[in-house]
Design a protein around this ligand. Structure first.
Ligand code: NAD
Length: 268
């Protein structure tokens, strides 16, 4: 345990742990180091045992099923939190989904069905979660969702997920405006490519990963603990005046327009 107890007496909900590589789990570990108490949701029975196994050493009793495509699941989670805790201080939304078949090829070929489903899971769910969280954050609070640079610039194969992330970043700003008077802050972390289940669903994931490493000013990929550290900052009083922000944790990739000249050989 760290001496710093930024989260001592603070309780929050983390949505999106699938395994020990999940960004949500990296953030959970950083929050535990700072004294947080954490409740979790998992998507379905396939993930239940894995989440329970990860969380066991930390002793959380609140591990709840929640398929975010079902409004009643989200409502049940917050009813349980209200009953068990009365209030919460923070939320991490690290949930996204799109049909893998449409995370390759051309965006223009996206189907209506997958467009709507991707938007529902990857964007609307955050809005719904915040609507349910608002009454439990009477003393203020802080929420973080996860985005990617494909929201802003076209990235190969990211396709409909880029459109959903653009909408997610816009909703982060609208939610920040709606909830700011109640001292509820809402921010997004735009993370560089990570080797997770969701990350590997993007077509040519390994090459995107390598390209990002070569191009980033720091010349490497992001580590889970670095997303965790940013989560600690954005969810704590350290970032008290920060809301409606999209914060890059990408080794500087977004600052660069082209990969460095030493990788230009292939062009000649
Ligand atoms: P992950 O696969 O570990 O996490 C994705 C989570 O979404 C899983 O826990 C999965 O169960 C959950 N999920 C999907 N559909 C759901 C549903 N219907 N209901 C409830 N949960 C559902 O991968 P990750 O990379 O840790 O992803 C977390 C977030 O980070 C996502 O929003 C992702 O887009 C974002 N992100 C990832 C990267 C990356 O390169 N991996 C980069 C930037 C942003």
């Amino acid at each position: 345990m760290s001496d710093s107890k930024l989260f001592s007496g603070k309780r929050g909900l983390i949505m999106g742990v699938a395994n020990d590589k999940s960004i949500a789990w990296g953030m959970a570990q950083a929050l535990y180091e700072h004294g947080a108490e954490i409740a979790y949701t998992y998507q379905g029975d396939a993930f239940k045992k894995r989440v329970e196994g990860l969380v066991a050493p930390y002793g959380s009793d609140l591990i709840m099923p929640c398929d975010v495509s079902k409004e009643e699941d989200i409502a049940n989670v917050f009813e349980t939190l209200k009953k068990e805790w009365g209030s919460i201080d923070f939320i991490i939304h690290a949930v996204a989904y799109s049909n893998k078949e449409e995370l390759k090829g051309r965006y223009v070929d996206t189907t209506l069905e997958n467009f709507l489903h991707t938007m529902h899971i990857s964007c609307y769910s955050f809005t719904s979660v915040m609507k349910h969280a608002e009454p439990l954050m009477e003393n203020g609070g802080s929420a973080v969702t996860l985005s990617y640079y494909g929201a802003e610039k076209v990235m190969p194969n990211y396709n409909v997920m880029g459109v959903a992330k653009a909408a997610l970043e816009a909703s982060t700003r609208y939610l920040a405006a709606d909830l700011g008077r109640k001292n509820i802050r809402v921010n997004a972390i735009s993370a560089g490519p990570m080797r997770t289940l969701a990350g590997s669903a993007i077509g040519s994931a390994r090459k995107i990963f390598k390209y990002s490493e070569l191009t980033s000013p720091l010349h490497r990929s992001v580590e889970l603990k670095e997303i965790g550290g940013t989560g600690v900052y954005l969810l704590s009083e350290l970032s008290g005046a920060v809301t409606g922000e999209v914060h890059y944790v990408d080794c500087g990739f977004n600052a660069v327009g082209m990969c460095p000249t030493e990788y230009w050989e292939e062009l000649s």
